[in-house]
Every structure is written in structure tokens, then in C-alpha cells.
Design a protein around this ligand. Structure first.
Ligand code: SDX
Length: 430
């Protein structure tokens, strides 16, 4: 950590020096770790809008420029030249792999795609109409009941095996959740297929006929997975880090991340966005919804719009929009009404002072659902796909935290505004 200068806080006539750390990219940070011990005060930052929770070298976001780097490589370049498992390697190990390293890594992931046969029984306990995210949270958490040889977080080998197992098995479990919800038999992974193709196969193949992976859809899905792989200290990643800081096993930590991602303000926005676009239905109804989004008395928000960090275009949304045009064009459905509504809504919103002044732009969730819908996924599968893609990011951040010599259990304090101490009163006298 590069400490160049210091800041001075003056409180009740006393001065306190706070070290200022300089990052390789982004804003300087004030180190307040000793503030309470020295000055007896807390900082207050609901939602952590100005708080760095950790030191990390995995992903960097410049919200003003609309820039996203994974280990220094821009998401635009990775989306154009790389593929999901190569990005997984980059996030996990910090460097782009050689051909031999990539082949070995892909081989290890491929050989872990099956789940313990007994896990099939878990699904029987859920209602058929359960949301696949409910199933995913439950079954991923239950992995800690099966894979006892990769629970010890202090054993680097076990951490590595747990990472490979989760990257490999999340698609299998997500596909099983989908198959269960539609009453079709589970489809085993096929090692001859690539990562995205295997997921399409496990979701859409049926025993009654041969299934051939559509390369257009497989390539588009692989790109969607890349765009969702990691994103700095977002809510679900922070959840994984906080769960991991207690020493919980990796499967439990990822299950916690999946639970957090489900919220419509976070990973659940892709499902909510497509449902919103469908509710709007036609371009002429857009002004009605824009007005609702601007109305302080209406809780409605434009799903897929806005971001805590991006105050410019989300670079992932730009790639996703191009991909939507390409995929729907190749499928011959470029006149898809939902895509037309999305494009017109983006155009109108970006000319409206409310959105311009608040720097609200389309985010990663605005166009992703349109592509997933065109692939045949129901909206309920959109967030599970986000979850299986983000698993590598959660795992990479979790591994970085475990290896951080400064890491300790996360335990924020509070601004207490409740009752002062008062005596108990017997019920007869209340
Ligand atoms: C993801 O953090 C990450 O990196 C997340 C993510 C990742 O990869 O992990 O990028 C994935 O979660 C993307 C975001 C998906 N969520 C949505 O699309 C839901 C709709 N968007 C919002 O709910 C909102 O924009 C958030 C939650 C994304 C960000 O909220 P913030 O940073 O807390 O901002 P805010 O709620 O304080 O909003 C600032 C202002 C407010 O108005 P004022 O109170 O200042 O008058 O902008 C308004 C908000 O009302 N606003 C919106 C809006 N988003 C913010 N108004 C209408 N529609 C919206 N979508």
C-alpha cells in the first residue's frame, strides 16, 4: 500500500493525522482504521457510497469514463477477443493464460461439471413453481454437505478445488433448476461441448431428440457470461467477502452472494427490466413510464437504468446492445418489439433532463434480457445466468480476501438513535 501523504482531522480542538493511500488507479483513500481508537468517533456512510472496504487488484471501474478493467484489460477488448473461461483464468490467477495453461484449466473445469448424483434429490423438495434463484441458493449452499474435501479455507489446495468445482457446477445446478421448473428430466453435462454450449445443451436438450448447439447463441451467451464475470465491490461481492471474513466455507459464501444478487436493485434487474419492457409493450407508452420513473411519489424506477458507480455509459451495456442487434439480426427477429421499445426508451431517457442531470444511463441489465429471451430462456432464468457468470468474480474476490494478511472479520458499527438505558417495568404497571 503506497502511503504518500496524510490528511488532518480536527475534532473538539484536537488534530488527528489520517494516512492517505495512493492507488494505481482511481481516487486516493483516507485510512481511518485507527480513527475510533484515537478520536473515539465513527464515520457514517450508509450504502458505502464513499467507503473502500478492501484493497484489491482484480477489477477497476472508472464510473466517470465508463471504463471497466479486469486485471488491467478492458472489458471491450476481452469481450471482442477473449472467451469466458479465459476471463475466469485471468480473474483467478491475475494473468492471461498461455495456450497450455488455458487447456489445462479448461480441462479441470470440464471434469468437474457433474454434481454428486444424490444432489438430484434436493430438487424434489422444491415446488415446481419455485423461482430458480430459490433453488440455486439452496442447492449451492448444500454443496458444503457434499464436498467435504474442499471446505478448509486455510488449505490452498482445497480453496483451488472449491473454486474449480463452483465454476464448473453452477451451470449444471442452474440448468437443473430450470429443467425442474419445466418438468423435464435433468440433462447431464457433455464434456465435448464448450462452457456456454454445455449450458445451452443442459437447458434445452430433451431425451426425445438430438440437440445441436446453435453457435450464434453459444457465442452470444459466452459474451454475456464474460460481461457479468466480476464488478469490483458490488453488493453481492461484498456479501461474499463479509461471509468469508467469518471463515465460512466457500460454498456457503457463494450461496450468500447468490441470495444478495437476487434483489431487483442488483442482479434481479435483468428479469425486472424485461418484464418492464414487456409491460410497456409499445413505443407510444414509453412517455407514461418515463413520467412514472421521474415521479418522486411513485416507487417505480426504470429497471436496467442507473448505477452506483457508472455516471456515464456502463461499458457492458454498450457491448450488450451491439450483441442484441447482432444476435436478433442473425436470428431474423431484428424487429423484435421489445428491442425497439428498449432502444426508443434509451433514446428518450438520454434526452430527458431528469436522467441527464442524475447521470442515469443503461446498465448491464438493460439489454441482456432481450438476448436471453431470444435464446428461449424464461425471465426467471435471467438472474441465475447472472449468478453462474458472477461465480468466478465472487470466488476470485473471496480468494483475494482469504490471502490478504490484513483481513479480519467484517464488523461495521452504527449511528445509534434508539432509547437510552431505561428500567424494566412489570406488565401489571404498563
Ligand atoms: C447491477 O454495483 C454494481 O456494480 C452492480 C452491478 C454488478 O455488475 O454487480 O453493476 C449489477 O446491480 C446493475 C444495477 C441494476 N439495477 C437496476 O437497474 C435497478 C434500477 N436502478 C436503480 O435502482 C439504481 O440506479 C441503483 C440501485 C442501480 C443505483 O442506486 P444508487 O446508486 O443508490 O442511486 P440512488 O438510488 O441514490 O439514485 C440517485 C437518484 C435518485 O433520485 P434523487 O433521490 O437523487 O432525487 O437517481 C434516481 C433516484 O431516485 N434513480 C432513478 C433510477 N436510478 C436512480 N430514477 C429512475 N429510474 C432509475 N432506474
Amino acid at each position: 500500500m503506497d502511503t504518500k501523504t496524510k490528511a488532518t482531522l480536527t475534532l473538539d480542538g484536537k488534530s488527528y493525522d489520517l494516512p492517505v493511500h495512493a492507488p494505481t488507479l482511481g481516487p486516493n483513500v483516507l485510512d481511518i482504521r485507527k480513527l475510533y481508537a484515537d478520536a473515539g468517533v465513527f464515520t457514517y456512510d450508509p450504502g458505502f457510497t464513499s467507503t473502500a472496504s478492501c484493497e484489491s487488484s482484480i477489477t477497476f471501474i472508472d464510473g466517470d469514463k465508463g471504463e471497466l478493467l479486469h486485471r488491467g484489460y478492458s472489458i471491450d477488448e476481452l469481450a471482442e477477443h477473449s472467451h469466458f473461461l479465459e476471463v475466469c483464468y485471468l480473474l483467478l490467477y491475475g494473468e492471461l493464460p498461455t495456450a497450455a495453461q488455458l487447456s489445462d484449466f479448461e480441462g479441470r473445469v470440464t471434469r468437474h461439471t457433474m454434481v454428486h448424483e444424490q444432489m438430484h434429490y434436493f430438487f424434489r423438495g422444491f415446488r415446481r413453481d419455485s423461482h430458480p434463484m430459490a433453488t440455486l441458493v439452496g442447492v449451492v449452499g448444500a454443496m458444503s454437505a457434499f464436498y467435504h474435501d474442499s471446505l478448509d479455507i486455510n488449505d490452498p489446495w482445497q480453496r483451488e478445488v472449491a473454486a474449480i468445482r463452483m465454476i464448473a457446477k453452477l451451470p449444471t445446478i442452474a440448468a437443473m433448476a430450470f429443467k425442474y421448473s419445466v418438468g423435464q428430466p435433468f440433462v447431464y453435462p457433455k464434456n465435448s461441448l464448450d462452457y456456454a454450449g454445455n449450458f445451452l445443451h443442459m437447458c434445452f436438450a430433451i431425451p426425445a431428440e438430438d440437440y445441436v448447439v446453435n453457435p450464434i447463441l453459444s457465442k452470444a451467451l459466452d459474451r454475456i457470461m464474460m460481461l457479468h464475470a466480476d464488478h469490483e465491490q458490488n453488493a453481492s461481492t461484498s456479501t461474499v467477502r463479509l461471509a468469508g471474513s467469518s471463515g465460512a466455507n466457500p460454498f456457503a459464501c457463494i450461496a450468500a452472494g447468490i441470495a444478495c444478487l437476487w434483489g431487483p436493485a442488483h442482479g434481479g434487474a435483468n428479469q425486472a427490466c424485461l418484464e418492464m419492457l414487456r409491460e410497456i409493450g409499445t413505443v407510444d407508452r414509453i412517455p407514461e413510464f418515463i413520467a412514472r420513473a421521474k415521479n418522486k411519489d411513485d416507487p417505480f424506477r426504470l429497471m436496467g437504468f442507473g448505477h452506483r458507480v457508472y455516471k456515464n455509459f456502463d461499458p457492458r451495456a454498450k457491448v450488450m446492445k451491439e450483441s442484441a442487434d447482432e444476435v436478433l439480426g442473425l436470428l431474423g427477429i431484428e424487429n423484435n418489439p421489445t428491442l425497439q421499445v428498449a432502444k426508443e426508451m434509451e433514446r428518450i431517457a438520454l434526452e430527458d433532463d431528469y436522467f441527464v442531470s442524475k447521470k442515469l444511463y443503461p446498465n448491464v441489465d438493460f439489454y441482456s434480457g432481450i438476448i436471453l429471451d431470444a435464446m428461449g430462456f424464461p425471465t426467471s432464468m435471467f438472474t441465475p445466468i447472472f449468478a453462474l457468470s458472477r461465480t468466478v468474480g465472487w470466488i476470485s474476490q473471496w480468494k483475494e480476501m482469504i490471502a490478504d494478511k490484513d483481513q479480519k472479520i467484517g464488523r461495521p458499527r452504527q449511528l445509534y438513535v434508539g432509547e437510552k438505558h431505561r428500567k424494566y417495568v412489570d406488565v401489571r404497571h404498563r
